[in-house]
Design a protein around this ligand. Structure first.
Ligand code: SF4
Length: 364
């Protein structure tokens, strides 16, 4: 069997330079190649006419441009959310979402096919784990969104629903399918590529990584002083309640998780976002609000309250807006804890992570 072709999106600019040296080609051409990949966002090796013939021949013979074909694309009725089901080389499918709200353009990308963490209310968790994504498969999702933005900016019509001339991709959230800290090395390489100032040039302050609470990964982020935004999915403030919603809590108990979060905040000086999926009758009472307030007392924290995205595999229902506001008021008034209630945008296109893949797998 022949060796798999090198995916150009897998490589940092430095790794690409080393590859050209290995091929005995002048590394000066990396700048033009990088420009094709991340500024012009070309979708094929044929669209790189200015590269020297020897380099083009090498690229054609030994590499691939890991563009991910779209298996399915849906748009929310308000036009603000586009969801893509993308096909990987081995025919597995992953989800990527483009969101445009109040001038912010964000790509939500996946880090794994499926997920091993098994959060009971999550469509991806209900699927189980298949495999990690490579750095290139993560980068390709951001490029896919950047390319879609470029196309829509070119065809922009002021009267389009939800439309404003989408500028370039500015924000990335690692909140799609998978647990990013379970695939640490690939995710960090992808982030290095996305941040490259000569390419997509995403600022570190515009990248948010969401974890269910993989303690070794949080401590490693702290040790490596990665300047990202960290979001920790909490959902409950006692070990027993949390373990019932998030099975990974049995491996990394709440006290260990909170100790790791404290270390992260103290080492990096960064605030952590704590995600709380609001499920009616389960974790949305005034007592629950006070328990999270107590848990986060003294920490540099913001709470993001997210009414449950219903999935077929879980019987819970989302908290109503009055109860969510009451929860938020207790956090503010009694604990001086900032919080947001996130809009459940895109719900009409199954925008919760894993939901489109489940729908598609069933249809297929
Ligand atoms: S919520 Fe995140 S960590 Fe939990 S199962 Fe879903 S994808 Fe995995």
């Amino acid at each position: 069997m022949s060796a798999p072709r090198l995916n150009l999106y897998d490589l940092t600019r430095e790794q690409l330079r080393v590859q050209l040296v290995r091929w005995e080609l002048n590394p000066v051409h990396v700048a033009r190649l990088w420009n094709y990949l991340y500024i012009e966002l070309v979708a094929s090796l044929d669209a790189m006419p200015e590269l020297p013939p020897k380099l083009r021949a090498r690229l054609a013979a030994e590499t691939q441009l890991g563009v991910l074909p779209t298996a399915l694309e849906t748009a929310s009725s308000d036009g603000f959310t586009h969801k893509y089901l993308l096909t990987l080389n081995d025919a597995e499918k992953i989800e990527t979402v483009l969101m445009r709200y109040t001038g912010r353009v964000t790509a939500c990308v996946s880090s794994q096919v499926g997920c091993a963490m098994g959060c009971v209310f999550c469509a991806t968790g209900q699927m189980g784990y298949t495999r990690h994504l490579t750095p290139g498969e993560i980068v390709a999702q951001a490029v896919h969104v950047a390319r879609a933005l470029k196309r829509s900016a070119l065809s922009f019509q002021p009267s389009a629903p939800g439309g404003h001339p989408a500028a370039r991709l500015r924000n990335i959230v690692l909140m799609g399918m998978g647990e990013p800290l379970h695939n640490y090395d690939a995710v960090m390489t992808a982030i290095d590529i996305l941040r490259d100032p000569n390419g997509l040039a995403l600022g570190a302050e515009r990248i948010t990584l969401s974890t269910v609470g993989v303690v070794p990964g949080i401590l490693r982020l702290a040790q490596e002083m990665r300047p990202l935004h960290l979001a920790v999915s909490l959902h409950a403030a006692t070990q027993a309640e949390r373990a019932a919603l998030v099975p990974a809590a049995k491996k990394w108990p709440l006290d260990e998780l909170m100790a790791a979060c404290r270390t992260y905040s103290e080492t990096t000086g960064r605030r952590i976002f704590y995600e709380w999926t609001l499920i009616e009758g389960k974790n949305d009472s005034e007592a629950h609000a006070r328990s999270v307030g107590e848990l986060l007392r003294g920490l540099s924290a913001q709470v993001n309250l997210i009414p449950l995205n219903p999935t077929e595999g879980y019987a819970g229902v989302p908290t109503r807006s009055e109860a969510a506001k009451r929860f938020q008021k207790i956090l503010a008034d009694e604990f001086d804890l900032p919080s947001t209630v996130r809009q459940r945008r895109g719900i009409d296109i199954a925008a919760g992570c894993g939901q489109l893949a489940v729908v598609e797998a069933r249809a297929g």
